[in-house]
Design a protein around this ligand. Structure first.
Ligand code: COA
Length: 339
C-alpha cells in the first residue's frame, strides 16, 4: 500500500515579532474622593496612628458609586497613549489585570477596547496584586512573539466594592485606581526576564470570603475579600526579596545599578523589609505611593511608577525593579527600563 502524498510543504509561516519590547508610556487615574484614615477607623475600632504605624497608609481614593473599573481604565489609558505618542488605532491587543470587575463574564478588556474603537485581542487576567507584572510579561512576549505590535496593559481595581468596612484586618488597607502602560517594540532590551510563580496551597490567606455559589445557596451576605494579615506579611517579607533578587540576576543587573525600586504597595513595613534584605543602596528612590493611595492591588505598581515619573523623582529611561505579589498566592518580578 502506498502512503498518501503530503498536502503541502507542511511548514507553518512563523509569526514575525520584534527583537525586544519596551514600555512606551504610562498613565494613571486616581478617583477624586480622598478618604482619610479618620473616615475608616470608627467602624473597625482603630486609630489613625495605628493604621499609619502598621501599614504606612494615611489616605486612599475611593471611586464614585457609578464609576466602574472600565471608567477608571479609560482615564489611565488616555494618559498612557499620550505619553507613548500613540493613537488608540495603533493598539492591537488589550490586557486588563483586575480582580474587581464585578461581572463574572464578559471581561473588562473588550468593553475598554470598544471605548477606543479597538477591535484587537482583549482579555482580563486574574493575578491580584501581581496582575500588572504578569501582564507586562505577557505583553512583552506577545510583542516579541509577533501576536501583537502594541499592547495596552491596564492594572485597575475598585476594591471599595469588595472590602468589608467593618473588617479590622482589611478595611484600612485597600483603595481604588487604575494604571496603564503601552508595551511595544524596542531596538534594545527594555523588559527583563520575568521571575514568577505561585503557591496555591495558601490560597485562603487572601480570598473572596465565599464563592458565588455559596453566596447563592447560603445566607452569607456580600462576599468581601478577607485576609490573614500576619501570614501574608510573613510570606511577603521572607519570600519576595529572594524573588526580586532572582529578577535582578536574570536581567544581569546589580542592585546598585538600579534607578528605582517599585514594589507592590502592600504595606510600608513590607517595602522597608524588602529594601533591607535586598541591601539596596540608601540613595535609590523607592516607591512609597501607598501612603496616599493605599493598596490598589493590580493598579499599585503602574500608579506608583506614574507618580515617580510625573514628580521627577526618577528620570525617564530609569532602570527599575518591579515586583508584584498577592492573592493566589502568586508573584511576578522583572527589571524594566521606564519610558
Ligand atoms: N486597628 C487597631 N488595632 C488592630 C487592628 C486595627 N485595624 N487590627 C488588629 N489590631 C490589633 C489586634 O487586635 C492586636 O492587638 P493585641 O496585640 O492587643 O492582641 C494587634 O493590633 C496586632 O494585630 P495583628 O493582626 O498581629 O496586626 P499586624 O501587626 O499583623 O498588622 C496588618 C496587621 C494587616 C497591617 C499586617 O498583618 C499586614 O500588613 N499584613 C499584610 C497585608 C498585606 O500586605 N496585604 C496585601 C498583600 S497583597
Amino acid at each position: 500500500m502506498s502512503t498518501p502524498a503530503p498536502k503541502g510543504t507542511g511548514s507553518i509561516t512563523p509569526a514575525d515579532g520584534a527583537t525586544y519590547a519596551r514600555i512606551m508610556g504610562v498613565g494613571g487615574y486616581r478617583p477624586e474622593r480622598v478618604v482619610m484614615n479618620s473616615e475608616i477607623i470608627e467602624a473597625i475600632d482603630s486609630s489613625d496612628e495605628w493604621i499609619q504605624e502598621r501599614s504606612g497608609i494615611k489616605s486612599r481614593r475611593f471611586a464614585a458609586k457609578d464609576e466602574s473599573v472600565v471608567d477608571m481604565s479609560e482615564h489611565a489609558t488616555r494618559e498612557a497613549l499620550t505619553a507613548a505618542g500613540l493613537e488608540a488605532s495603533d493598539v492591537d491587543a488589550v490586557v486588563v489585570a483586575t480582580v474587581t470587575h464585578p461581572y463574572q463574564t464578559p471581561a473588562a478588556a473588550p468593553i475598554l477596547a470598544d471605548r477606543f474603537g479597538i477591535r484587537g485581542a482583549a482579555f482580563d487576567i486574574s493575578a491580584a496584586c501581581a496582575g500588572y507584572c504578569h501582564a507586562i510579561s505577557l505583553a512583552s512576549d506577545m510583542v516579541r512573539g509577533g501576536s501583537a505590535r502594541h499592547v495596552l496593559v491596564v492594572g485597575v481595581e475598585k476594591l471599595s466594592d469588595f472590602t468589608d468596612p467593618t473588617d479590622r484586618g482589611s478595611a484600612f488597607i485597600f483603595g481604588d485606581g487604575a494604571g496603564a502602560a503601552i508595551v511595544g517594540p524596542s531596538d534594545t532590551p527594555a523588559i527583563g526576564p520575568t521571575v514568577w510563580g505561585s503557591d496555591g496551597s495558601q490560597w485562603k490567606t487572601i480570598s473572596q470570603r465565599d464563592s458565588w455559589t455559596e453566596v447563592r445557596d447560603g445566607d452569607l451576605g456580600w462576599p468581601a475579600i478577607g485576609m490573614a494579615g500576619q501570614s501574608v506579611f510573613r510570606w511577603a517579607v521572607w519570600g519576595m526579596a529572594p524573588v526580586a533578587q532572582k529578577a535582578l540576576d536574570a536581567a544581569g543587573v546589580r542592585a546598585e545599578d538600579l534607578d528605582a525600586f517599585i514594589p507592590h504597595q502592600a504595606n510600608m513595613r513590607i517595602i522597608d523589609a524588602m529594601i533591607k534584605q535586598l541591601k539596596l543602596p540608601a540613595d535609590i528612590p523607592v516607591a512609597r505611593d501607598i501612603a496616599e493611595t493605599a493598596n490598589t492591588s493590580a493598579a499599585s505598581i503602574p500608579l506608583a511608577t506614574e507618580r515617580m515619573l510625573r514628580e521627577g523623582e526618577i528620570p525617564h529611561g530609569a532602570l527599575a525593579l518591579q515586583i508584584g505579589f498577592g492573592a493566589g498566592l502568586v508573584y511576578a518580578a522583572q527589571v524594566v527600563v521606564l519610558p
